[in-house]
Design a protein around this ligand. Structure first.
Ligand code: HEC
Ligand code: HEC
Length: 248
């Protein structure tokens, strides 16, 4: 009985382990082919071309990510990273959108990237604190826009983003990312530059969750939900919407 059980267990365990190893091997191969020139052979964001890039490639050994649906200090969800790899991060940095890469290859390269930061193996997605998406998008009115404008002043968004939204506020010149590299706010009237996206829901997420590893703060737990929507409406009406109509 016992040897039989053992054999059954082994046969169940080993294919799994071999499968996992293959996934990482496949991921490493794709990584070296497609990602290492920017993100570096060891994943530290120090690839051959990194020195010439204004926005530096992510250092995968630090586990700090900009686009996520989890609270400050938490790891991103697997799905957050998978989505970013497929969609890219706007047109203000050199990160390509890997939309043509098969989902199997994207999963493999993602597994490889995650293996460079051990906390990913220790903390399952289910244990992370997710910041849920709002269920409804409230209506935009002249009143919400007016309130949002006041918040943009009071919360000093202008200090970095400037009164005209172009990113030339008095603090903007001194901003650095989590690794001390210079970083600047995007021109808010050029929505194609946004790393998360420019729909009202995307803007809500950016303001609510912030952008980790950059100077952009998270306002979740700091101001009421309704106020975040007011800010969204001001930005959308004043800058983003106009950029959406402009020729590129
Ligand atoms: C031409 C350079 C370049 C290549 C090639 C490249 N990246 Fe990037 N990647 C970047 C830059 C630059 C950033 C940082 C953008 C930012 O912070 O705004 C980035 C950021 C990322 C992020 C961080 C997302 C977040 O939320 O912070 C992930 C994940 C990523 N890249 C995955 C990949 C994968 C996977 C590949 C290969 C299949 C790859 N990258 C290839 C330049 C590149
Ligand atoms: C201390 C400086 C600073 C302050 C204050 C600040 N931001 Fe930002 N913000 C940034 C930087 C830097 C970025 C670009 C981050 C990046 O791409 O890595 C950014 C990006 C953004 C974006 C674009 C997101 C995207 O997808 O690319 C929006 C929208 C935004 N901020 C809104 C706001 C609002 C609203 C406020 C006020 C509540 C605010 N910011 C306050 C520095 C700041």
């Amino acid at each position: 009985m016992k040897p039989l059980l053992l054999a059954l267990l082994l046969s169940l365990l080993f294919p799994l382990q071999a499968g996992q190893e293959n996934l990482l091997e496949r991921g490493r191969r794709i990584y070296l082919d497609s990602c290492a020139s920017c993100h570096g052979i060891s994943g530290r964001g120090d690839g051959l071309v990194a020195a010439n890039l204004f926005v530096k490639p992510r250092d995968f050994t630090l586990g700090r990510y900009k686009i996520k649906s989890t609270a400050d200090g938490e790891l991103p969800l697997h799905e957050d990273l998978y989505t970013t790899i497929g969609f890219g991060m706007g047109q203000r940095n050199s990160m390509p959108a890997w939309a043509a890469m098969s989902s199997g290859d994207r999963q493999a390269v993602l597994a490889y990237i995650k293996s460079l930061y051990p906390r990913f193996a220790e903390e399952a997605d289910a244990a992370l604190k997710i910041i849920p998406l709002p269920l409804i998008e409230p209506l935009i009115t002249s009143e919400t826009i007016r309130r949002g404008q006041k918040l943009y002043d009071d919360l000093e968004c202008w200090k970095c983003h400037g009164y005209d939204g172009s990113g030339n506020g008095p603090s903007s010149a001194a901003l650095v990312d989590g690794k001390g590299n210079k970083i600047s706010p995007p021109d808010l009237s050029k929505p194609w530059l946004f790393i998360r996206g420019s729909s009202r829901m995307d803007l809500y997420q950016t303001i609510n969750i912030g952008i980790a590893g950059s100077a952009m703060p998270s306002l979740n737990d700091i101001i009421a939900d309704e106020m975040i929507w007011d800010l969204v409406d001001f930005l959308y009406h004043e800058f983003v919407h106009i950029g959406e109509l402009a020729p590129r």
